[in-house]
Design a protein around this ligand. Structure first.
Ligand code: UDP
Length: 489
C-alpha cells in the first residue's frame, strides 16, 4: 500500500482500524489489543458503535488513559440502538440486526469513500474487525484492505461450533431437537470423544437452520478464513487439542492469550503509564472495591466467588436454588448480583429469612466486582461461573478451580472443556438444583480440592510462561505487530 501525494509515493505508516462487537466483553478485549498495538507505535482507530460507546465514555479514567496515547483515537458509528445501558444477552440478535441495518452501510461508505481516513492524517492500512462482523471482512476484501479478524469467544467454541458449523450440519449433527442431548458429536476433528450435543455452542440447540444466529455464524464460518490472519485469546498449550486442526483451515493464527495478563504485564513494564491508582479495567459498571477488604478477612482458598458476568441472567427460581446450594455448602461467598441480572418480579420479600440471615453471616453481595483482583486474591478458592470466556481464562491464570453453570453462546463448550479437558472443575450445565450446587461446591472446595488445585496450578504456570518474554503468546503478539507493519508497507 502506498499513499499518493503530488505524484510521490510515500510509504504508509501502520494504521489499524479495530472494530469490536458492541458488547462489554469484546470491547474490553479489543481495547486491550488496541493498547498493546499503541505501545508498539502503531496508530489505532477504535471504532465503537454508539450505544456501547455511551456507557464507556462515562468511565473517564479509561477514556483519559486512552486519550493519553497520541497514536490512539476513538471513532463512533450509529447503530440505531436506543438503550442508555449495555443490553443483556437476550437482546444479542436485536443489537446485531440493528448493526446490520444501520452501521453496515455507513461502515461501507466510510471505507469505500475513505472518509474515516480523511478524519485522520493517515489512511487505514489494516482492519481488525470482530470475526462475527462478516460484512467488515467483505468490505476489506472489496477495498483491498488487509484484514486480520479477532474473535473474542473461546477458541474451543470457535473451532467446534462456529468454524465447524457447516461440517456439523453436513454430518446431520445440527439441527437437533432439544432431546437426546447426550449424543456424542464425532464430526469435529480433535474433539471426537469429548463433545456431546449439549456441549456445542448454545445456538446449535435448534431445529431450524434459518435461525438468525445460525445464519450469522454460517456467514462467519465462510468469511473469517478469508482474512489474512486470526487473532484468538488463548495460549498454545491450553488449546493444543484443537489448534493444529484449526490451523489447517486458518493457517495464520495469532494466539495472544491470556490477553488480560499479557496486557497487564506490558503496561506494568511501562511505569509511566500506570500507577497504583490506575484501573486497567474497561468495565462499564462501577466496581465495588470494598469486597477486597472483606476478602482480606478470610484464610487462603476458603471463599467461593459467584458471578454470571455482564450478559447472563437468571430467574428468581434459579437464584433461589443456587443461593440455597451455596449457603448450604457452608463456604463463605462473595456474590456479584449485577443490577438487572435477575429476570421477572423480584424483591427481597421472596427470599426466606433464614437465607438472608445466613448470608449476612457468611456472604458478601456486590453489584459489580473488580473481578481480576478478586480472582487473584489468596482467599478465593473456587469460582461459580457462567463460564464466559474472559471469566474462564481469568480464573485459569489465577489457578482458581471452577463450578460451571453456562448460560449461552460459547459457555456450554467452555464448561465442558473445564470439566473434561482441563480438569479444572465441575460442569453443572442444564441443571439448577440446590443439592447439586451444594455438592459441587463441597467437591471443588473440599473433597476433590487437592486434585483440582494441582491441575489449576499447572495451567496457571503454563499461562504465565506463555506471556513471558519468549513465551508463545508474547511471540505471537510480536509476529502480529511485524505482520501489520509488513501489510502496511
Ligand atoms: N467482570 C467484572 N466484574 C464483575 C463481573 C465480571 O469485572 O463483577 C468482568 C470479568 O472480569 C470479565 C468480564 O466482566 O472480564 C465478563 O466477561 P465474560 O467473557 O466472562 O462474560 P460475558 O460478560 O461476556 O458474558
Amino acid at each position: 500500500l502506498n499513499h499518493q501525494v503530488n505524484n510521490a509515493k510515500i510509504p504508509l505508516q501502520p494504521h489499524v482500524l479495530i472494530f469490536p462487537l458492541p458488547f462489554q466483553g469484546p470491547v474490553n478485549c479489543a481495547l486491550k489489543l488496541a493498547e498493546l498495538l499503541c505501545l508498539s507505535g502503531i496508530h489505532v482507530t477504535f471504532l465503537n458503535t454508539e450505544h456501547i460507546h455511551r456507557p464507556l465514555l462515562r468511565h473517564t479514567q479509561v477514556v483519559s488513559r486512552f486519550n493519553s496515547y497520541p497514536n490512539f483515537r476513538f471513532e463512533t458509528i450509529p447503530d440505531g440502538v436506543e438503550h442508555e445501558k449495555p443490553v443483556s444477552g437476550d437482546r444479542f440478535m436485536e443489537v446485531m440486526e440493528a448493526v446490520d441495518t444501520v452501521s453496515r452501510p455507513l461502515f461501507r461508505e466510510m471505507m469505500v469513500s475513505g472518509s474515516l481516513s480523511s478524519r485522520s492524517d493517515r489512511p487505514v492500512t489494516v482492519m481488525i474487525p470482530d470475526a462475527c462482523f462478516s460484512f467488515a471482512v467483505d468490505i476489506a476484501l472489496e477495498t483491498s484492505t488487509p484484514v486480520v479478524v479477532f474473535d473474542t469467544v473461546s477458541p474451543c467454541c470457535l473451532w467446534t461450533s462456529y468454524l465447524n458449523l457447516p461440517t456439523l450440519i453436513q454430518a446431520g449433527d445440527v439441527p437437533f431437537k432439544g432431546d437426546d442431548l447426550d449424543v456424542l458429536i464425532k464430526s469435529v476433528p480433535g474433539t471426537e470423544h469429548i463433545m456431546r450435543r449439549r456441549d456445542l455452542g448454545s445456538f446449535c440447540r435448534t431445529d431450524d437452520l434459518s435461525d438468525p444466529v445460525i445464519q450469522l455464524i454460517l456467514k462467519e464460518a465462510r468469511t473469517a478464513p478469508q482474512a489474512q490472519g486470526f487473532i484468538i485469546n488463548t495460549f498454545e498449550d491450553l488449546d493444543a487439542l484443537i489448534l493444529p486442526h484449526m490451523k489447517k483451515l486458518c493457517p495464520n493464527i495469532y494466539p495472544i492469550g491470556p490477553l488480560h495478563s499479557l496486557h497487564k504485564a506490558r503496561l506494568m513494564a511501562n511505569t509511566t503509564l500506570v500507577s497504583s491508582e490506575t484501573t486497567l479495567s474497561n468495565s462499564v459498571w462501577k466496581e465495588d472495591r470494598t469486597c477486597l477488604s472483606w476478602l482480606d478477612k478470610h484464610p487462603p482458598k476458603t471463599v467461593l466467588y459467584v458471578s454470571i458476568g455482564s450478559l447472563a441472567t437468571m430467574t428468581v427460581n434459579q437464584l433461589l436454588e443456587i443461593w440455597h446450594g451455596v449457603v448450604n455448602s457452608e463456604k463463605p461467598f462473595l456474590w456479584v448480583r449485577r443490577p438487572g441480572s435477575i429476570t421477572g418480579e423480584y424483591d427481597e420479600s421472596q427470599i426466606p429469612v433464614e437465607l438472608l440471615e445466613r448470608t449476612k453471616e457468611i456472604g458478601c453481595i456486590v453489584d459489580w466486582a473488580p473481578q481480576e483482583d478478586v480472582l487473584a486474591h489468596p482467599a478465593v478458592g473456587g469460582f461459580l461461573t457462567h463460564s464466559g470466556w474472559n471469566s474462564t481464562i481469568e480464573s485459569i491464570v489465577e489457578g482458581v478451580p471452577m463450578i460451571c453453570w453456562p448460560y449461552f453462546v460459547d459457555q456450554q463448550v467452555n464448561s465442558r472443556f473445564v470439566g473434561e479437558v482441563w480438569k479444572l472443575g465441575i460442569d453443572m450445565k442444564d441443571t439448577c438444583d440446590r443439592l447439586i450446587v451444594e455438592k459441587a461446591v463441597k467437591d471443588v472446595m473440599g473433597t476433590r480440592r487437592d486434585m483440582f488445585i494441582q491441575c489449576a496450578d499447572g495451567w496457571a504456570n503454563l499461562a504465565k510462561e506463555s506471556i513471558a518474554e519468549m513465551g508463545s503468546s508474547s511471540m505471537s503478539l510480536s509476529r502480529l505487530i511485524d505482520d501489520i507493519k509488513v501489510m502496511s508497507s
